[in-house]
Write a protein that binds this ligand. Structure first.
Ligand code: PEP
Length: 257
């Protein structure tokens, strides 16, 4: 299985800045066969960056989509509108769930819409700080995982990527907490077991599990070394060239491309 290194640029960079940064990535990063490098710029930048990128080196992801194909949905865009620009779409990011109140049902429909349109959904799941404090982590994660996949057929399952992102460990929201690799390892075991019990060993083994939450070059190795870690979803550190570059080099060393 490939290792996925995904930079989520969130609501950062103008279109011009995005283009300059992509240019730097394309010219300065080393690319490795088994490492899939993906960046998720703002929706405004997807069109120009899709013309600029070399998809063999860097693929693009949308940060969100709506699940209808077209119609009276002000401010939204559909898979049909974005599918020629990107290969991936992030679905259910905690900022979408908690700031924009996306429900489990919205997320399930978005995962299914992405697959229907030929895009790979990166389904994000993660418990909040209070859910963790009250010992609800396992239940929340199982609900979000199986809820997000509820409309996915067995044939489509291997096209989904799952990213575990504990909400309390995501940077930029006032907390500097980071997840311990041991805790993340436990969660990966839980997720793989849940997938195995639901879909069987063969299908469950085909779903990449990623970690995200304050990943930097300094701690990337500790997560990438976990047995079940198939990659990283990186927010803040992906905005800094040297950080993103170092994380890719660390990935190369650990996964021994
Ligand atoms: C994210 O929001 O997906 C994320 C992981 O952010 P950060 O790396 O900044 O914590």
């Amino acid at each position: 299985m490939k290792t996925y290194i995904i930079g989520n640029w969130k609501m950062n960079f103008t279109v011009g800045e995005s283009s300059l940064y992509l240019h730097k990535l394309l010219t300065k990063l080393h690319f490795y066969r088994d490492i899939e490098v993906i960046v998720a710029p703002s929706a405004l930048a997807l069109q120009p960056l899709s013309l600029q990128t070399n998809r063999r080196k860097i693929k693009l992801a949308a940060q969100n989509i709506f699940y209808r194909d077209y119609g009276p949905y002000t401010g939204e865009f559909s898979v049909a509108q974005v599918r020629s620009l990107v290969d991936y779409v992030i679905v259910g990011h905690s900022e979408r769930r908690h700031i924009f109140h996306e429900s489990d049902k919205d997320i399930k429909l978005k995962v299914a819409a992405a697959l229907r349109g030929g895009l790979t959904p990166i389904l994000c799941i993660g418990e909040t700080e209070s859910e963790r404090t009250f010992g609800e982590t396992a239940d929340v994660l199982k609900d979000q995982l199986l809820g997000g996949l509820a409309d996915v057929s067995r044939e489509e399952l291997s096209k989904v990527i799952v990213a575990y992102e504990p909400v309390w460990a995501i940077s930029g929201h006032g907390s500097s907490a980071v997840a311990s690799p041991l805790d993340v390892a436990d969660v990966f075991v839980l997720l793989r077991k849940t997938l195995k019990e639901t879909y069987g060993p063969k299908l469950s083994a085909e779903i990449p599990l990623l970690f995200g939450g304050s990943v930097k070059s300094l701690n990337a190795e500790s997560y990438l070394s976990l047995a079940d870690c198939n990659g990283l979803l990186i927010g803040g550190a992906s905005l800094i060239f040297s950080e993103f570059n170092d994380i890719i080099e660390i990935t190369k060393q650990i996964k021994n491309d």
